[in-house]
Design a protein around this ligand. Structure first.
Ligand SMILES: NC(=O)c1ccc[n+]([C@@H]2O[C@H](COP(=O)([O-])OP(=O)(O)OC[C@H]3O[C@@H](n4cnc5c(N)ncnc54)[C@H](OP(=O)(O)O)[C@@H]3O)[C@@H](O)[C@H]2O)c1
Length: 289
């Protein structure tokens, strides 16, 4: 999990280039500057739209370019933050352009390390799987690195990913596929669940606005209640706390179990995992973003 580094400016003189100046790149750039981890002059962003890179330059004081090869020149860290469907073209365009001592950090969903390393002809690659709340610095990112990534580079990767929220390092790349199915895709399950609750509230007779407020605060409050404890209680115990014998919750839970609620979730997550593996092998990347 994220800890502030000992030094004030971790990436003092190191050049960090973002290839793909989109939503996630902006979240990382703003987080790095906000946390005082990097100076704006050391940050570069490259993409096809002059308007977009100018916008980032003006907002954060970073360098904006429309030439990926020029942007990675002498970069210490190259963050790949394009959409999965743009990756092949971007990697081919950067073949052998990144200096050998640099770290390549990919946040592209579903792109295997082997493919990135091979097409770039570059050995030090970190692959990560963030999720949507990363856009407000509340994400959770699972990441891994090949053995040639040094301890110092790993620390750099960790600090950059901290700009998106919490992070968890894993030794094996297969955990990235697990994470894709659980936390990467996770916000969609949560939103679907919330949407279903809101619709049920409207069915009962609440105005939609009030149903949304009740559901959103219930979800947030429940998470905070679980997470805010020094020693988080088992989820089943927390559920039991609101389940009186013969009461309303017991009746509601009976219907959820009868409808196969847990099995449906387990199967859905397993299906997402299998799809993530398939797409990685096929080289296609229609995984969540
Ligand atoms: N968004 C999330 O919550 C989330 C969660 C987990 C993982 N991710 C991963 O993060 C990555 C970025 O997602 P995002 O939401 O930030 O996407 P995004 O906002 O669409 O950003 C992608 C950026 O790449 C630029 N781009 C397109 N072609 C390029 C090229 N040839 N060279 C350089 N840049 C190019 C795009 O420019 P134009 O717009 O001008 O085409 C855009 O600025 C994705 O791979 C996704 O899988 C995202």
């Amino acid at each position: 999990m994220c800890k502030k580094p000992v030094e004030d400016i971790l990436f003092n003189n190191q050049k960090i280039t973002f290839i793909g100046p989109g939503v996630m790149a902006e979240a990382m750039i703003s987080g790095l500057i906000r946390e005082g981890l990097a100076r704006p002059e050391a940050l570069y962003a490259s993409g096809p739209s002059q308007e977009r890179v100018d916008q980032l330059s003006q907002k954060y004081g970073i360098h904006g370019l429309t030439d990926n090869v020029a942007a990675v020149h002498q970069a210490d860290v190259v963050v790949l933050s394009v959409k999965p469907q743009q990756l092949d073209k971007v990697l081919a365009g950067l073949h052998a352009s990144i200096q050998p001592s640099a770290l390549v950090l990919s946040i592209v969903a579903g792109a295997p390390i082997e493919k990135i390393a091979e097409v770039l002809a570059h050995s030090s690659v970190v692959r990560s799987m963030p999720n949507t709340p990363a856009q407000i610095g509340e994400g959770i990112t699972v990441w891994t690195a090949v053995p040639s990534v040094s301890a110092e580079q790993k620390e750099m990767a960790r600090q950059i990913l901290c700009a998106l929220g919490d992070e968890i390092f894993v030794e094996e790349e297969t955990y990235l596929d697990y994470a894709t199915a659980l936390s990467g895709t996770g916000p969609a399950y949560v939103f679907l669940f919330m949407e279903a609750m809101v619709d049920a509230g409207v069915h009962l007779g609440f105005p939609r606005r009030i149903a949304e407020q009740l559901v959103a605060k219930t979800v947030r409050g429940s998470v905070d209640y679980y997470w805010g404890r020094e020693d988080p209680m088992h989820l089943a115990r927390l559920r039991n706390q609101v389940t009186s014998p013969g009461g309303t919750t017991a009746y509601a839970l009976y219907y959820l179990e009868k409808a196969g609620f847990r099995t449906a979730i387990s199967r859905a997550i397993w299906a997402a995992y299998e799809r993530s593996c398939e797409l990685g092998k096929e080289g296609k990347s229609h995984v969540p973003d």
